[in-house]
Each structure stands twice: as structure tokens, then as C-alpha cells.
Design a protein around this ligand. Structure first.
Ligand SMILES: NCc1[nH]cc(CCC(=O)O)c1CC(=O)O
Length: 396
């Protein structure tokens, strides 16, 4: 059982009763598989989807969803960038759940891949990446503005709500006059802050995937992508990752059955790129991976994409090995004034070959000046952390 301190019992779960009258003898032979998830509505919807996939693939087993309140969900005051400093980097979303997984309190964790560090604790592994939802960022304009308002038509000096350094940096690059304000909380909270009578925001940016999973797609007023001036999404955005204990062969086999090869290859390229650039979630690296049928110049991308213009998943190509994986990337300085972009494409026959594409692209980006941009960000972050520490000392 999960420890009482970390299990969030305040939210309803889809937990199945351990043994209902219809339970078959096969089901009672095995204990339920415990699925760890963060406790937000979105996280629980994602966990339920995974539960459904697992049920379909392995109907003889029973499943139990265990929602847990993560550190990053508890502390809504400290700026994200500071919360995720140094050793704590990223673990603020995954730390509690990973401890439970290591201790056997849960058997797998459903994560937004975007929130998963590229390096996991030694006893744990990323065992499956599931079919991707729309990976794009989405703009949601204030209800006070016409729904047709696009980034181009905002008045100079408009305030955009986002806590993402990547989103702000990319927007500063394209629209230097915009102002940005921190916006934290789960999707519902963020939308409520936008809609509030005294809201300072002209618009906010959220991942399209989250809104779609919540059935709130109708709030999206503009999709941001390479098509809209060069806005690229975060590594792994829109995909779910399943983390398990490395030595748990049974669970490994079970989750591998529900993985998506196309998403796995695309996200392997993205994550290898991120790892090679040593970026955390707060480093402004934008990516976009697509599949295309035949070899051509890197510029003329054919619309044989993972996701069409409406964010609908395009059918799995008959032979993925015959397609080229296209990886578009953009590293932007925090002020938006410097940027390095690079795009490469090749056929990849495995996740490992896709990862090599990601590493190769990282090498080129670093050669072309991304190293200087990332160095500056890292120095500034260390400085901010030091300053915060000094302030704490003064207070105490
Ligand atoms: N940083 C938080 C986070 N992690 C994953 C998602 C959205 C869903 C996804 O990318 O799968 C979000 C919210 C957002 O960025 O709007």
C-alpha cells in the first residue's frame, strides 16, 4: 500500500474494488497493478486512458489508479525555474511517485513525457512511450477579446501568461513588444486566471494536448507551430511515458504492448537532443518532429505528418522504416534576441537510430552558437539561485 502521507485521497479515483462479484478466478490470482499518477484532473484522465489500454491488452489483470500530490503541485509560489534548480531539477513533478515506484507501492507511473527528466534514477526506466496527442502549443485569448485575435493582431505591450521560458523566449523573438507574466497551476486554474474580471492577460499559452484531453479544445484560438512563424513545442510534449522498475520484466512486457513505435522514435530523437544539450524543462529548446515519405530538401516538408493541421493524428504509415524522421529545432536566448535553429531528416529504423539523429542535431546546434546561449542561461540560473539563497538567509 502507498504511504498515507503521499497518497492524495482528496480526489475521486477510478479504483476498482479489489474483488467484485464478477471477478474471475484468473483476476483474483494476481494482485491489482497499481498505476501511479499525479492527482490533477488531467493526470487522472491520462492514467485512466492508460488503464483502458492495459485492460484491452491484458484483460486478465485488474488495475488500480493511485493519485499522488507532487511537490510541484503543492508549492505554487516559488517560481518554477527556482524550484527546479540543481539536484531538484525536474524531480519536483516525479520525485514522490518515483520513490513509491522504487518501494513497490506502485508498479508503473504515467507521466507527461515532457515532465520526465532525460536521466532517471538508476533502478527505474522509461519502458514505453504512448501514441502522441497533438504536440503543439495553443493560444487562448481573453474572453474580453474577439476569438479571432491572433498573435499578429495583439496591441503592442500585451501581456501573455506563461511560466515557460521556452514559450516566452520564442514569442519574444517573434513579437519583441509582448510582456510576459507568470502563470501557474493546473489547466483549470490557468484558464480561470485568464477569465477573471481583473485578469492582466490578453492571452495565455497552454499545450493543446492537455486541453484536448480535458475536452476543452474549444478554448483554443490559435495553434502555434513552425507554420505560425516558427513556434516549436517542448521535447516530448503531447506524449505520455510509462516509468517502471528496471528489473520488473512482467510489467515491462505488459507496457511494451501498448507503446507506439512512431511516437517512440520521434520522442527518442527529441529526448536525445535535449540530453545532449543538457537542458532541463526550463531551457528554451523548441522541437518539431514529423514523418515524410521520400527524401527531399530539408525545406520542402511534405504534409505526411504525425499530426495534420487540425491536430488530428495521421494514420500510421504502412512501413515506418520507409519514412524519414524530420527533426526541427530552435534554441532561443531568454530575451529572444539570439537564436539558432537547425533541421535534419533521415530514415531511422529504431528508437536508438532516432536518438542518434537527435544527438547529431545537438552537435550542429552547439557548433552554430547554441553553446553560448545555453551557457549564458546556466550562468543566470546559478546567479538567481544564489540570490534566492542569500534572501532566505536574510529572512531567517
Ligand atoms: N509543464 C506542465 C505540463 N506538462 C505537460 C503538459 C501538457 C500535456 C502534455 O504535454 O502532454 C503541461 C501543461 C502545459 O504545458 O500546458
Amino acid at each position: 500500500m502507498a504511504s498515507a502521507t503521499s497518497l492524495d485521497t482528496s480526489l475521486p479515483t477510478t479504483s476498482e474494488p479489489p474483488a467484485s462479484p464478477t471477478t474471475t478466478s484468473a483476476q483474483t490470482q494476481f494482485p491489482p497493478i497499481n498505476i501511479g499518477t499525479r492527482s490533477s484532473t488531467l493526470a487522472q484522465i491520462q492514467a485512466r486512458w492508460v488503464e483502458d489500454l492495459l485492460k484491452r491488452a491484458h484483460p486478465h489483470r485488474t488495475y488500480r489508479i493511485c493519485p499522488v500530490l507532487a511537490q510541484g503541485d503543492k508549492d505554487k509560489v516559488t517560481p518554477l525555474q527556482q524550484l527546479s534548480q540543481g539536484e531538484n531539477a525536474k524531480s519536483l513533478w516525479t520525485g514522490e511517485l518515483e520513490a513509491m515506484l522504487e518501494q513497490g507501492e506502485v508498479d508503473l507511473i504515467v507521466h507527461c513525457l515532457k515532465d520526465m527528466p532525460t536521466q532517471l534514477p538508476p533502478s527505474l526506466t522509461l519502458a514505453a512511450i504512448l501514441e502522441r496527442e497533438d504536440p503543439r502549443d495553443a493560444l487562448i485569448v481573453s474572453p474580453k477579446l474577439p476569438k479571432t485575435t491572433t498573435l499578429h493582431s495583439f496591441p503592442a505591450g500585451s501581456t501573455i501568461g506563461t511560466s515557460s521560458v521556452r514559450r516566452a523566449a520564442q514569442l519574444r523573438r517573434l513579437y519583441p513588444s509582448f510582456k510576459f507574466a507568470d502563470l501557474r497551476g493546473n489547466v483549470g486554474t490557468r484558464l480561470a486566471k485568464l477569465d477573471a474580471e481583473d485578469s492582466p492577460f490578453a492571452a495565455i499559452i497552454l499545450a493543446a494536448a492537455g486541453l484536448k484531453r480535458l475536452g476543452m479544445e474549444d478554448r483554443i484560438t490559435q495553434y502555434l507551430s513552425s507554420d505560425s512563424g516558427g513556434m516549436l513545442h517542448a521535447v516530448g510534449q503531447g506524449a505520455l511515458g510509462i516509468e517502471i522498475r528496471k528489473n520488473d520484466e512482467k510489467i515491462k512486457e505488459m507496457v511494451e504492448a501498448i507503446s507506439c513505435e512512431r511516437t517512440t522514435r520521434a520522442c527518442s530523437a527529441e529526448r536525445a537532443l535535449l540530453r545532449a544539450l543538457e537542458g532541463g524543462c526550463s531551457v528554451p529548446i523548441g522541437v518539431e518532429t514529423t514523418w515524410r515519405k521520400k527524401k527531399g530538401l530539408a525545406t520542402g516538408i511534405e504534409p505526411s505528418l504525425d499530426y495534420d493541421k487540425h491536430g488530428k493524428a495521421v494514420e500510421e504509415p504502412v512501413d515506418l522504416n520507409e519514412q524519414e524522421l524530420v527533426l526541427k529545432t530552435l534554441v532561443v536566448s531568454v530575451d529572444g534576441k539570439e537564436s539558432v535553429g537547425y533541421e535534419a531528416a533521415r530514415k531511422v529504423r529504431s528508437a536508438e537510430e532516432a536518438a542518434q539523429l537527435g544527438r547529431d542535431v545537438a552537435t550542429v546546434l552547439l557548433q552554430r552558437g547554441a553553446d553560448k546561449i545555453l551557457e549564458k542561461i546556466s550562468t543566470e540560473k546559478q546567479w538567481a539561485a544564489k540570490k534566492q539563497l542569500e534572501e532566505l538567509k536574510v529572512q531567517s
